[in-house]
Design a protein around this ligand. Sequence first.
Ligand code: TYD
Length: 224
Amino acid sequence: MRAVRLRSESGRAPFIVFEGIDGSGKSTLLVSIAERLAAESVPVSVTREPTGGRVGRLLHSYLTREYEADPGVAAALFAADRIEHITGEGGMLSMLGGGTTVLCDRYFLSSCAYQSKTLPMDYIIGLNSYPASLLMPDLTVFVDTPPEVAFGRIGARLLETGEARERFEESAGELERIRDAYFEAAERMVPASRFFVLDGSLTPDKLADRVMARITADFKVTEE
Ligand code: TYD
């Protein structure tokens, strides 16, 4: 079967990260990019952090407040989950090495943005220097949705599902702080040329069009 592979500057398949505050619409965007790439016969894999692995499961119980941990412990667990996600069996490095484009919902900028609620940014950047040395995104897509819009969407989703608010979803003010921390961390951790900010109030189709145009501009296409 024909496969159209994408290549980043480094020669391997691209690693593309999607970031944004809760309710920003980044996960919907990620799914539609995966569908569009697959429709063009690009081998693509979709993944997320925290993962569904051992450490990731602990983090899910931290987010729902079943597990109360010191914020320093949580930050270290997020970094540990990330390392497993990169180097573990079937992890992101092995997918990329096999020529599959990887789309990841959240990566180290999430730790910088969220864990800086209670911890110094320098400490979080330090914790993430090892995962960052193992795998840097070729492109980070930041869906910049106004915090009050995102907060409204979270509320509507909770009404629909009957779920409780997760840690970090408590207020529009906190989402605003997280947004600011994203920009601070991005400036320190990722080259500006690989940080793509999108206006989250655009329609889902327009958002996906812009990301596809950027992917076409940034990555080489080879046919097999
Ligand atoms: P999210 O990605 O929005 O998934 P869901 O749709 O299941 O709610 O939520 C994950 C939460 O985890 C989000 O509130 C941010 C938080 N988080 C951190 O605090 N630090 C991290 O390093 C990561 C990856 C996520």
